[in-house]
Design a protein around this ligand. Structure first.
Ligand SMILES: Cc1cc2nc3c(=O)[nH]c(=O)nc-3n(C[C@H](O)[C@H](O)[C@H](O)COP(=O)(O)O)c2cc1C
Length: 203
């Protein structure tokens, strides 16, 4: 089936969104934890999270337009700190529920049944149930004019990971923590490693 731009544009908007959202493939799905200046914690699921570089350790994520997804971005801009927490395959529904539009004064930690965890006086709350989680310091919010989204760039300043999941060379076997992956905005998957390959050289 070949789909032209005209056909895409004529599809029902939800059908089109599902097709386009599936195209870029499987992604990680994580919960981003923040706290407002007023002290209200916030938790939301994000899947457009990408590695930007290892030294300095930078990770970016795409935030939808402010009116669609206001609270995480506002809290990060106001306080400078946030946490990224892996989602486990056995509590996907709870994690998915954090995408609902809760009011600003409602914490999704409470509303969706997650326990907050504060590690080493880090300002933003972690998800206690996540085995793999990391603390982030805001570096830059890059507005994307074309569709009013934002690319939020942060530096990894703290990592918590079960020691037994780290191999001799530092690779983290995240599938052993039951971290899930996602597709689109409502499909969730288990991960299974196929192989690790040596650094490729021109033959
Ligand atoms: C599987 C899944 C992935 C999502 N990924 C993103 C994302 O990468 N960026 C984004 O802005 N919203 C994403 N959302 C939507 C947010 O979770 C939702 O807008 C949430 O209410 C934002 O909360 P906030 O206003 O507290 O920041 C995703 C939702 C789901 C279900």
């Amino acid at each position: 089936m070949l789909i032209s731009l005209d056909e895409l544009n004529n599809y029902d908007r939800f059908y089109r969104a599902n097709i386009i959202n599936s195209l870029s493939g499987f992604k990680s799905a994580s919960l981003i934890g923040t706290k407002s200046e007023a002290g209200v914690s916030n938790l939301a699921i994000f899947s457009n999270i990408v590695h930007l570089g290892a030294d300095p350790a930078l990770i970016g994520f795409v935030n939808r337009p402010r009116e669609a997804a206001p609270h995480t971005l506002k809290n990060i801009e106001a306080t400078g700190f946030y946490t990224i927490n892996h989602i486990h395959t056995d509590w996907i529904e709870q994690a998915h529920q954090t995408s609902a539009k809760y009011a600003e004064d409602v914490s999704e930690f409470d509303a969706c049944g997650f326990e907050e965890e504060y590690i080493n006086n880090f300002f933003a709350p972690f998800v206690k149930a996540s085995a793999i989680k990391y603390g982030m310091k805001l570096i830059e919010v890059v507005p994307i004019k074309h569709n009013n989204t934002f690319f939020v760039i942060g530096e990894v300043v703290m990592v918590e990971v079960p020691k037994e999941l780290i191999t001799e060379d530092g690779f983290i076997e995240i599938e052993k923590a039951n971290s899930c992956c996602s597709l689109g905005i409502d499909g969730y998957y288990k991960a299974e490693k196929i192989v690790r390959l040596p650094y490729a050289k021109v033959k």
